[in-house]
Write a protein that binds this ligand. Sequence first.
Ligand SMILES: *[C@@H]1O[C@H](CO)[C@@H](O)[C@H](O)[C@H]1NC(C)=O
Ligand SMILES: *[C@@H]1O[C@H](CO)[C@@H](O)[C@H](O)[C@H]1NC(C)=O
Ligand SMILES: *[C@@H]1O[C@H](CO)[C@@H](O)[C@H](O)[C@H]1NC(C)=O
Ligand SMILES: *[C@@H]1O[C@H](CO)[C@@H](O)[C@H](O)[C@H]1NC(C)=O
Ligand SMILES: *[C@@H]1O[C@H](CO)[C@@H](O)[C@H](O)[C@H]1NC(C)=O
Ligand SMILES: *[C@@H]1O[C@H](CO)[C@@H](O)[C@H](O)[C@H]1NC(C)=O
Length: 537
Amino acid sequence: MYHEELILILCVLVVKSASKSCIHRSKIHVVEGEPFYLKPCDVSTPVHKNETATMRWFKGNASHGYRELNTRSSPRITFRGYTLEFWPVELEDEGTYFSQVGNDRRNWTLNVTKKPKHSCFSEKLVTSRDVEVKKSLRIACENPNYGELINDTTLYKNCKEISKTPKILKDAEFGDEGYYSCVFSVYHNGKQYNITKTVNITVIEENSKITPAIFGSKCEKVGVELGKDVELNCSALLNEHDLFYWSIRKEDSSDPNVQEYKKEPMWTSEGKLHASIILRIQKITEKYLDVLYNCTVANEEATDTKSFVLVRKETPDIPGHVFTRGLTVVVLTSVAAVCVVILCVIYKVDLVLFYRRIAERDETLTDGKTYDAFVSYLKECHPENGEEYAFAVETLPRVLEKQFGYKLCIFERDVMPGGAVVDEIHSLIEKSRRLIIVLSKSYLANGTRLELESGLHEALVERKIKIILIEFTPASNIPILPPSLKLLKSYRVLKWKAGGPPTSNTRFWKRLLYLMPAKAVKPWREESEAQHVLSAP
Ligand SMILES: *[C@@H]1O[C@H](CO)[C@@H](O)[C@H](O)[C@H]1NC(C)=O
Ligand SMILES: *[C@@H]1O[C@H](CO)[C@@H](O)[C@H](O)[C@H]1NC(C)=O
Ligand SMILES: *[C@@H]1O[C@H](CO)[C@@H](O)[C@H](O)[C@H]1NC(C)=O
Ligand SMILES: *[C@@H]1O[C@H](CO)[C@@H](O)[C@H](O)[C@H]1NC(C)=O
Ligand SMILES: *[C@@H]1O[C@H](CO)[C@@H](O)[C@H](O)[C@H]1NC(C)=O
Ligand SMILES: *[C@@H]1O[C@H](CO)[C@@H](O)[C@H](O)[C@H]1NC(C)=O
């Protein structure tokens, strides 16, 4: 109340001042001899422009009723816009005042205090302020209502001038207690007026106590893994003698796996205490889960609690490293599979031979046939085909029979001369599992046609014999080759590289063996020689 009144007093209107604050208060205390003004707030705009005519001022008191004020009422009173000014206000001005614009009516009650004789200020017009010791004490003499009309401002403490610069900014000490008066000198119509504004400063004890508070949310879920340890960290801002503790269940208080410890508290820059208490739970088991562990900070005025709950940590479906590993394995497996397939294709022959040897497969036992292969070749020995003759009659039996235990049917060797050649050949071919055709340029020119036709019939029609074509001459170079022979699957066609020793044709022999029926050879005769022929290139 005093404060606002004081402001009013200080807000004495100065003629030229354009920025006068309006006055809301209806009861006003002023001191005699000081400039003063009344100004209603939020006056509705008049209907016509003649403002002075519109705003009317009345003064009254209980006994005499109201009378309108005009410039003749008192030489100290002036009207300016919506403002009623006193230069200065005197004891006789005490009373009730009205302002009226149309139907808009405001009223004030003015109390004029006598000017104190022995003091520079009136105790009735003092505002009070408490300042904490060590906190900033700020006093600044300002009065915007006077504006530039103030040509001198003086600051007094207990009515003694202390500063020509009317400003104080310091850390409060107990010695700073007292009455601080700002005296503003205002000149109006050649006369000087003083306006005094006084504040009663009381320096109080430091209010160090804070409301203790725990950091973070009031309930914290902590994800844990069974068997692991966890530390619950409860931190708070508190006063030195506040209580700060964990509430744990009875059964946990005797549990060596549940330990409580305090961290050394620290003072913050604002002079508050920052403390942490830790609850350490080791070897977490189910019994610690879904239990509230409460941490509390408390003093006489306030309490704050935070609860921690241990919950089982969600393990992701596929941990990243497992996923990566899995992907790697899949990729490597795929690559390996592809490699195996490729190797199988490349080394098919070797693998089959290897398998036959390991498994001791023998497909010759039950088919009732006598020979493993019928060798069809050009029987006449001419100088130009001597090589294939030798191949058929010598090389083939040497390798297939001597080394790998096959039984070949070689016409010259195995057929008794003189019999019915056609029938004989036919029955021999029927008794054979393979028909080996040693193809050369003049092969078809001679009696071999019969064998060939018989064999082809067996192979293609009866499907009782399989053909192996060994080309001494590429089949494409032989004009009258039966078309069926040309259609022979390419893997059944072997090319003999003439001239070299048998070992130079390792691949040839392997493929030949592959095309021959599987036969368990027991034991491998002339093992060393067999190895020789088949040794890897
Ligand atoms: C305002 O009105 C009064 C009479 O009501 C008149 O005497 C005065 O001249 C007017 N002033 C202005 C500025 O119009
Ligand atoms: C000024 O403050 C002091 C201390 O609070 C108090 O005792 C005294 O009455 C106050 N004076 C006035 C005029 O309010
Ligand atoms: C204040 O202003 C008045 C005239 O405007 C002048 O006479 C007086 O000396 C001034 N006082 C100070 C302290 O400047
Ligand atoms: C205003 O205060 C000054 C001192 O600050 C004093 O000399 C002067 O007489 C006062 N004037 C009035 C009108 O009280
Ligand atoms: C506990 O948490 C506070 C902050 O919330 C931190 O300053 C303190 O170092 C932590 N203590 C431990 C042991 O983690
Ligand atoms: C923790 O506080 C909750 C209520 O907030 C209470 O139900 C629970 O029993 C308390 N736990 C302990 C261990 O004191």
